[in-house]
Design a protein around this ligand. Structure first.
Ligand SMILES: Nc1ncnc2c1ncn2[C@@H]1O[C@H](COP(=O)(O)OP(=O)(O)OP(=O)(O)O)[C@@H](O)[C@H]1O
Ligand SMILES: [Mg+2]
Length: 604
């Protein structure tokens, strides 16, 4: 992560602490009742816990065999002991019940809230504009999101409860101690706050270190993900070592940071232990002095109670910094998720609401475009053309001339920087984005299938399609032949991103998908480029069927497809240099005819 974004975060974080809490509360609100009861149980069990040192101190300090006691006094003392013991059992019973309820309720509320949060987060993520995915690495996003959510989970489930419990113990303990011996209490208060301040300072420092390490973890995960997703490429280029080195560099940095933070954690722990036990010993020592001498100022029970309280409080105080650091960490996580969730989605960026009928008449009017993250490179410059309903437009041009970009603009992955795109005269930017996309299908340059069955992958075109329609589409796409040859037919798993299918098979599945969708506008991005002539014929057949009765925008290198087009645009460096039919362009003896001659457009 760059320093800039880190700084941005820092400056933002001071402003919106309230916002972060409100964000969390929003997810807890639906479960407020359970959560409230959980908090009551927590309060009761904690208060019951506070009685423990009090009763136990009484039990330990009770004088049952004092030589000077008479029989009645012994009897009285014994019954006190019994009463205290019974009270202790009752206390633990109460605590057990309340603790059980608290754990279960907190857990339920947490899991409910996190389910909603997870769904919301993905619900936002999937609607992010294309540009968001150009700027963010998917691997980092997902692993960061997972770690953020588990951080919040831990905090909601236990950390907050523990933190509260320890605070109550410390405050309650101070009150008790004050009544037992205000002098000892003051001695205690003179040592503890100093430690607490140092501890908080320390905790913050350690948190910063582990946050940096967390960022490295995300980067490392994304390296693994990228390498494994492109494993065929990695192997073909024998790039294993390169990837491994990149990973090693990262894990080394991660390790160094963790080691550094480990050393500081060690220092922190030993500091706490030394000061804490030092303080306890010091206080016990002072207490002992008070119980001794001719006129002791502290009773025996009081002394035991004091020791027990002090130890309990010591433990509580010792655990506070860690708990606090964890809460801070989850605030960081909330901040991160909040940033993600409040990034505007496509719908929020494109406010268009019109839902006119889409017939497939498309016009580009002086469209100029550059990609948002590369503003200095103009990819399309002043592009104007029109495609009539049910006609075919072919885009021709060298690699990088902007053909796929035109397809992206029609799909509204991006909006034009200048000019506009019209559908029967309605500006695309005024239209509801989903409504428009519902009328468009694309067979992309790189077909990407989901790691699921062939059936689900075709159904993706129109999830509500029936099995008959699905098979019909597969047949029309010339895909049924190979699908029915698989032992499991439509239920065949295609593997991660379709790795278990050939290029031509993947393309025919993508075509079946498009046929099933039955769109008004069809975009084919070099849909036959990866095929041998045999399968190309099959695919071409399927495409011809698919292109009939709709507007088709075809990006192709094959003359056979282009020749049939009603109009051909020749692009160069983002500009239209020629347009017309095959015959007209040939007769012009320009770039197009040269391309044909050079067989850049291969004969088929
Ligand atoms: N997501 C992106 N972010 C930034 N620049 C991009 C992006 N996609 C493409 N470009 C740039 O835009 C220009 C046009 O790319 P485009 O993909 O439209 O070319 P193309 O004509 O489809 O090429 P090809 O025939 O190789 O598919 C190229 O210079 C490319 O580097
Ligand atoms: Mg392209």
């Amino acid at each position: 992560m760059s320093r800039k974004t880190e700084e941005n975060k820092q400056s933002k974080s001071t402003v919106s602490t309230m916002k972060k809490w409100r964000f969390l509360l929003r997810y807890l609100k639906p479960y407020a009742l359970s959560y409230g009861i959980g908090w009551l149980c927590l309060l009761f069990s904690t208060l019951a816990g506070l009685l423990f040192p009090y009763l136990m101190g009484g039990l330990l300090g009770a004088d049952t065999q004092g030589g000077t006691m008479d029989a009645i006094a012994v009897l009285l003392a014994t019954s006190t002991v019994n009463a205290i013991a019974i009270a202790l059992f009752a206390l633990f019973g109460t605590q057990a019940i309340f603790s059980f309820l608290r754990v279960v309720l907190f857990n339920n509320v947490t899991e409910n809230a996190l389910r909603d949060l997870r769904n919301d987060a993905f619900g936002r993520l999937i609607y992010m504009p294309m540009d968001f995915f150009n700027r963010n690495k998917v691997g980092e996003l997902t692993s960061r999101m997972a770690s953020d959510i588990s951080q919040i989970q831990e905090t909601l489930r236990t950390t907050i409860a523990e933190f509260f419990r320890q605070i109550v113990i410390v405050v309650g303990g101070i009150v008790f101690l004050f009544f037992i011996s205000w002098k000892l209490c003051l001695i205690m208060l003179g040592t503890v706050p100093i430690m607490a301040i140092i501890a908080v300072f320390f905790g913050r420092f350690i948190r910063k270190l582990s946050k940096e390490a967390q960022d490295f973890t995300a980067v490392s995960n994304s390296i693994i993900e990228e390498a494994l997703m492109g494993i065929a490429n990695v192997k073909a280029f024998t790039n294993e070592v390169f990837n491994l080195n990149r990973y090693k560099e990262n894990t080394q940095k991660m390790r160094d940071l963790q080691v550094k933070s480990g050393v500081w954690r060690g220092v922190f722990v030993s500091f706490i232990i030394f000061c804490l036990f030092g303080a306890i010993v010091f206080i016990i020592w002072q207490g002992m002095l008070m119980t001794q001498g001719p006129s002791p100022t502290l009773a025996k029970e009081g002394f035991y109670q004091f020791i027990l309280f002090t130890i309990m409080m010591g433990a509580s105080i010792g655990s506070l910094p860690e708990l606090y650091a964890n809460i801070q960490k989850s605030i960081g996580s909330v901040e991160h998720l909040l940033g993600l969730i409040s990034t505007p989605t496509e719908h929020e960026v494109n406010k268009g609401t019109k839902k006119p009928e889409v017939h497939g008449n498309i016009a580009f009017k002086n469209v100029t475009f550059h990609y948002p993250q590369r503003k200095e490179v103009t990819v399309l410059e002043n592009i104007s053309f029109e495609v009539a309903e049910n006609s075919t437009l072919a885009l021709v041009g060298s690699s990088g001339s902007g053909k796929s970009t035109i397809a992206s603009l029609i799909l509204r992955y991006y909006e034009p920087v200048e000019g506009e795109i019209l559908h029967q005269g309605t500006s695309a930017s005024e239209m509801n984005i989903e409504h428009l996309r519902n009328h468009i299908a694309i067979v992309p340059q790189e077909v990407l299938l989901f790691a699921d069955t062939i059936r689900e992958n075709i159904k993706f075109g129109r999830p509500e399609a029936t099995e008959e329609e699905l098979i019909e589409a597969a047949k029309a796409a010339n895909a049924w032949e190979f699908i029915s040859q698989f032992p499991e037919g439509l239920a065949t798993q295609v593997g991660d991103r379709g790795i278990q299918l050939s290029g031509g098979q993947k393309q025919r599945i993508a075509i079946a998908r498009a046929i099933l969708k039955n769109p008004k506008i069809l975009i084919l991005d070099e849909a036959t480029s990866a095929l041998d002539s045999e399968s190309e014929k099959l695919v071409q057949d399927a495409l011809d069927r698919l292109m009939a009765n709709r507007t088709a925008i075809v990006i192709a290198h094959r003359l056979s497809t282009i020749r049939k087009a009603n109009k051909i645009l020749v692009l160069q460096d983002g500009k239209i240099i020629e347009q017309g039919t095959h015959e007209i362009l040939l007769s012009q003896n320009g770039t197009y005819s040269r391309l044909v001659e050079l067989q850049n457009l291969s004969e088929a």
